[in-house]
Design a protein around this ligand. Structure first.
Ligand code: HEM
Length: 229
């Protein structure tokens, strides 16, 4: 018990928590993006998919609670690590390395804060229908006769508005920057691969981050330009 507490109190323990909780969110973002891309297949597909998710019932709640725990684990650990980094900064003989490390983690911390802002706005917009209740009220009748929430109309009406579409694209830039650095450092932290593989890892991380950026931004861009109606 004491040993495991010591482990989680250590810097490497915290970095491992960051890596695991961050990876859970990365997995969610990829799955969420693939699901959302069905917007390009029309209202029937996207609305049936949203209904399928809702029908998962308890499983959906397990996933939501898992995401929430991972989220708080990630944010709280990030704050603790930031405090440790600030406290370590005056150590003179490590000057160069410390400046580099704290520079990277500072960027991560602030892009993380921006993502938190995005997430709060995103949930208020699409999940709770608070910011644009007029986008949230539509219903859709599926081919099987079921009447469901019209998620497709909500997304289209949302991204037809220039400020909303631009805000999403803006946040996706930071999401991708956050991911590209996080994925690369995750492999280094967990020590899964040897240092000689780091250049490949960095390129793979940038590639994955680009996929997330292009996939997610393709929706607001296509809807704003009227390609998807
Ligand atoms: C253009 C990009 C995105 C689109 C079009 C989009 C769309 C949506 C929609 C339509 C919902 C509501 C689903 C429903 O009520 O059935 C939703 C929920 C959600 N989105 Fe996104 N999303 C995007 C990006 C993201 C990103 C980048 C994240 C995380 C960083 C994210 C996290 C979430 C979460 C946590 C929920 C709540 C899920 C639940 O509780 O069931 N989304 N999104």
């Amino acid at each position: 018990m004491t040993l495991s507490l010591d482990f989680f109190r250590s810097s490497i323990g915290k970095k491992i928590i960051m890596a695991i909780t961050g990876f859970i969110w990365f997995g969610f973002v990829i799955a969420h993006m693939l699901g959302n891309l069905q917007v390009f297949q029309g209202p029937e597909k996207l609305n049936a998919y949203a209904k399928f998710l809702k029908d998962l019932g308890p499983l959906l709640w397990v996933a939501r609670i898992g995401l929430l725990v991972a989220f708080f684990g990630h944010v709280i650990t990030a704050i603790l690590l930031k405090k440790e980094n600030s406290a370590a900064r005056p150590v003179a003989y490590k000057k160069q390395a410390t400046i580099q490390a704290s520079g990277a983690s500072r960027t991560m911390f602030y892009s993380g804060l921006l993502l938190l802002t995005f997430l709060i706005y995103h949930l208020l917009h699409f999940t709770f229908g608070v910011t644009n209740p007029d986008h949230y009220t539509f219903e859709y009748t599926l081919k099987n006769g079921e009447v469901v929430h019209d998620v497709y109309a909500m997304v289209i009406l949302g991204f037809q508005q220039l400020p909303i579409a631009l805000a999403y694209i803006f946040f996706m830039v930071f999401l991708s920057l956050h991911f590209s650095h996080a994925l690369a450092s995750m492999f280094q932290t967990l020590g899964i691969l040897a240092p000689k593989h780091f250049p490949v890892i960095e390129k793979t991380a940038i590639g994955l981050a680009l996929i997330v950026f292009i996939g997610n931004s393709s929706m607001p861009v296509s809807i704003l330009l009227g390609w998807v109606k």
